[in-house]
Design a protein around this ligand. Structure first.
Ligand SMILES: [Fe+2]
Length: 336
């Protein structure tokens, strides 16, 4: 953990994600009708979801990736923005200013982009635009604020480098570890926070496997609903509309969030949660939990054959890159 004078911890918030997909109709049904997010059609090749007053929390662009391709981080102050920019430059990693059109699509004044782990472009900005129209959603709302839009989970064969990256760039702190066994395979998951949200990035290490079994850059995206009823209602809409459930409702061991995981039209998962704990920096101590769930989160409709097929897809996949942006990722010595 870089606990230096120029630490940017606490001033970084997951602001938006960019998804590339050809399946706009399916995504509209999934995002609006099932999950219950506000949708805005912009053009033939751009659609957005809102969770709150911000114009954009998810930008969908037309393209073949069927994946999350970029993470946008809201940075609180210009000095913090400059500090992060300097870190990227000092490590010899190129960054580019986003075009005015791209900034407009993302609902931000301006932004800077630079490469990140798993081929996930990282984008930073200071000012989000808010929408004049109220949300048109079937629930009481989503929890965003200082904790950002939710979190993302990645799988990697280079967990130290991915952790090192978020440590170097955003002063991410380790919240805890989970040791999980799936189909006899041991996984270690590292949970990193950059603000009061228990984690903005989870890193599942698959370094004991010959290939990363997850085709997509992001294994799941998480959003947090305001009430338990909101979460249960969305679960019922997902099921009723025929979208596949990946994991039924359950409760996580570490952040205690109650959640379910639905399968998105692009093939990665979408976790809808409620009531995760908020980290108190004055008392928090990282620990290791055994298993991701206290109860529930049972796989639905997924057989061992499906799991094996996933490995085959990953092995064939030429697009999956594990580029860890090594100059920015060289890790200090971690305990684990
Ligand atoms: Fe999650």
């Amino acid at each position: 953990m870089s606990d230096n004078l120029n630490s940017v911890f606490g001033n970084v918030h997951l602001g938006y994600i960019v998804i590339e997909t050809e399946k706009f109709d399916d995504w509209k049904r999934f995002g609006r009708d099932a999950i219950g997010m506000h949708v805005d059609d912009l053009a033939h090749d751009a659609m957005r979801f809102r969770l709150d007053a911000n114009e954009c929390r998810m930008l969908l662009r037309r393209g073949p990736a069927e994946d999350v391709i970029a993470l946008g981080w809201q940075i609180d102050h210009h000095a913090t923005f400059d500090e992060i920019t300097r870190r990227v430059a000092d490590h010899g990693v190129p960054s580019t200013k986003g075009s005015d059109d791209d900034a407009k699509l993302r609902g931000v004044e301006r932004f800077l982009r630079f490469p990140g782990p798993n081929g996930l472009t990282q984008e930073i900005y200071t000012t989000a635009r808010t929408a004049p129209m109220p949300l048109n959603i079937p629930s009481s709302g989503f929890v965003t604020g200082d904790g950002g839009l939710g979190h993302v989970a990645l799988t990697t064969k280079n967990p130290y480098l991915v952790r090192g990256y978020f440590d170097h760039v955003f002063d991410a702190r380790l919240s805890d570890y989970i040791d999980e066994t799936i189909n006899g395979l041991k996984l270690k998951i590292r949970f990193l926070r950059v603000n009061e949200r228990h984690h903005s990035v989870a890193i599942a290490s698959v370094n004991t496997l010959p290939v990363n079994p997850i085709r997509t850059r992001v294994q799941h995206v998480n959003v947090q609903m305001a009430t338990l009823d909101d979460m249960v209602d969305s679960y019922q809409r997902v099921t009723r509309l025929g979208f596949d459930m990946a994991l039924s409702v359950g409760q996580h061991t570490n952040d205690k969030e109650l959640s379910y995981y639905a399968l998105t039209p692009s093939g990665f998962e979408w976790e809808v949660g409620w009531n995760p704990i908020v980290v108190d920096e004055s008392t928090w101590q990282p620990t290791t939990h055994q298993g991701i769930s206290i109860w529930g989160h049972t796989p639905e409709g997924q057989t061992v054959v499906d799991k094996l097929r996933q490995f085959a897809i990953a092995a064939r996949s030429l697009t999956h890159r594990e580029n860890a942006v090594t100059p920015l990722a060289e890790p200090p010595i971690y305990d684990d």
